[in-house]
Design a protein around this ligand. Sequence first.
Ligand SMILES: Nc1ncnc2c1ncn2[C@@H]1O[C@H](COP(=O)(O)OP(=O)(O)OP(=O)(O)O)[C@@H](O)[C@H]1O
Ligand SMILES: [Mg+2]
Length: 304
Amino acid sequence: MHVLSVSSLKGGVGKTTVALGLASAAFSRGLRTLVIDLDTQCDATTGLGAIGEFSETSADVLQSPRHNIVHRAIVASSWGKNQPGTIDVMVGSPRSQSHDNPYPTVSEVWRLETALTKVEREYDIVIIDTPPSINGLTRTAWVASDRVLIVSEPSLFSVVATDRTIHAIEELRKVLTPRLGVLGILINRLKPAAPENEFRVNELRERYGSLVVPTQIEERSSIQQATGSGRAIHSWPGANSQEIAGQFEEVLDFALASFANQSQRRPTRAERKTQRVSRIMRGQTLDQVLEFENQPEAEEGLES
Ligand SMILES: Nc1ncnc2c1ncn2[C@@H]1O[C@H](COP(=O)(O)OP(=O)(O)OP(=O)(O)O)[C@@H](O)[C@H]1O
Ligand SMILES: [Mg+2]
């Protein structure tokens, strides 16, 4: 199971749209897909056609990540009605707001990771939609993730937000979870065939180099129509939406390649040190993890 957060500290740049587009690509490819809605606006939940009263939501999971609660908070998306496969959503709730503490404790940011251990064998890919902030909810998502995809507008307007996001991910990676990495910066809402496109993309490449995802997502009204109807972009009719669907497939491929590299890459010395922690993350209590982390340096030599 691989876990991807979709984030940006700037609101309205297309986090939910990208999370749903990637979920659509993963589902259409036959991957068992779970979307986790950590945003209090619950746009991803709505976009996946999960509407109604839910006995448990992601807010309850963050309160108490127990097996039963986790399973009750996950429902089937209506996307799966016309196509076989697994597309589920851990439903969002305005009540998640109470977990968006600007100074979350280590125990709080660990809860989603704990919850995911309960469904580890049930999904191939988990995509987390996060709120446009860097408080408790977003950090909780990152601690549970292998990679973060940063969504950006096609302009330098969001560099401050993007820089802060990269910095915050790095910080968390160093202290808590070495497997976490930036997947890349995805440029969204590029105007199709606009002459200034190349200039805008290059401007961002100059600043972020290869961190800029090779595929960009164009601005297309079919995205809004599909999302508004609670449908997957891959099932929305028209050449227009198929083009966009193809762009999301390319980004999915980019993510899958990054996940694959992750396990092959030889860890650096600093990473090896912190990996003692990550190796025991899933399925352990926070106390055990912290105890492990606090063991004296000398014991590192005992590791294979
Ligand atoms: N590539 C696109 N083409 C057309 N419309 C888009 C595209 N990406 C996003 N939008 C539209 O822009 C609006 C904001 O997108 P979205 O809700 O995905 O942003 P967000 O980052 O999740 O916002 P928030 O910060 O409020 O969670 C939506 O109406 C969405 O349909
Ligand atoms: Mg959103």
